[in-house]
Design a protein. Structure first.
Length: 301
């Protein structure tokens, strides 16, 4: 019997080994879901994040590079609640990948798993960047991350059943670490309870609710609309009647309005990372909330 040449044997073995080494290709719309998917999937997933923390997630260009990534994806992980309405449907449609179309197992939304805040009583685009399903910035409350983690882990197992036990084990470890971390963050954040703040954009209702803080006013007159000096002057009058400790903005937002109000009201500006990668400290989900709590505590001083 003729023996196989080494190169042919290697090729055959490589062909058989390939399925075992294959990883799920995941297209995450925003950094928080990319980070969570990596926590849950480990080396069984290849995660591509379509945006970064210094981009406004509402307004993203449906570039050919995004379409190409979606074309090769096994799973799209999105926030939903119309956060990505301006670009994601176009990306998935143009990609022509049947696996990741809305309603398919390869399409996953986080927002439906979370109790939504700020659902509008009426829908009118004149009111600004209104989201009919509620405020989509759910990632600022770590309890919402926990609500998403279990179903996302189950979806990974559904799409990759050969590694189901691996995903289950990763989820169990993450859930234990996350629960302990939430307890620690809540203990550290006790001094924040009851503190009144301004926000630049209405992007923090979940964070403020979790920590027991109070939003007095937003610098944007309507969500997504740049504030005028006249509106900021009205906010300043509000602050003089109802003092606040700080004005909060996300790292991706311009500092003009928050600096204007802070200088006149003599309050601190607190720039929060808002998502993973928002600053040099917030490198993953755990350090995101470590940094967020510490920045808020510093803002009270």
């Amino acid at each position: 019997m003729t023996s196989l040449k080494p190169w042919l044997l290697a090729a055959i073995l490589g062909t058989w080994a390939a399925p075992a080494l294959a990883a799920l290709n995941v297209f995450a719309t925003v950094p928080e879901w990319g980070s969570l998917t990596q926590e849950l999937g480990g080396d069984k997933v290849n995660v591509y994040v379509a945006t970064n923390a210094l981009q406004d997630p509402h307004h993203v260009e449906a570039k050919p590079s995004l379409i190409a990534r979606a074309r090769g994806a096994d799973l799209v992980v999105a926030t939903g609640a119309e956060l990505e309405i301006g670009w994601l449907p176009l990306v998935t449609q143009q990609a022509g990948n049947p696996k990741v179309q809305a309603g398919k197992p390869g399409y996953f939304e986080a927002a439906p798993l979370v109790p939504m805040a700020e659902k509008p009583t009426r829908l009118d685009r004149a009111e600004g960047d209104v989201h009919p399903l509620g405020n989509p910035h759910i990632q600022t409350d770590p309890r919402n991350i926990a609500r998403v983690a279990g179903p996302l882990s189950a979806r990974l197992a559904e799409l990759d059943p050969a590694n189901a036990t691996f995903y289950q084990a990763r989820y169990k470890t993450f859930a234990e670490r996350w629960t302990a971390a939430i307890g620690r963050w809540e203990r550290e954040a006790v001094p924040l309870k009851g503190i009144s703040v301004l926000v630049q954009h209405k992007g923090f209702p979940y964070l403020l609710d979790w920590l027991g803080m109070k939003e007095v006013a937003a610098l944007e007159p309507k969500p997504g609309i740049e504030p005028t000096i006249a509106h900021l002057s009205e906010v300043l009058e509000t602050v003089r009647r109802q003092p606040v400790k700080m004005v909060i903005r996300a790292a991706y937002q311009s500092d003009r309005a928050s600096q204007w109000i802070a200088e006149r009201a003599k309050i601190n500006v607190v720039v929060l990372p808002f998502t993973v990668g928002g600053d040099d400290v917030a490198k993953d989900l755990f350090s995101l909330f470590d940094d967020t709590i510490q920045r808020l505590l510093k803002g009270t001083q």
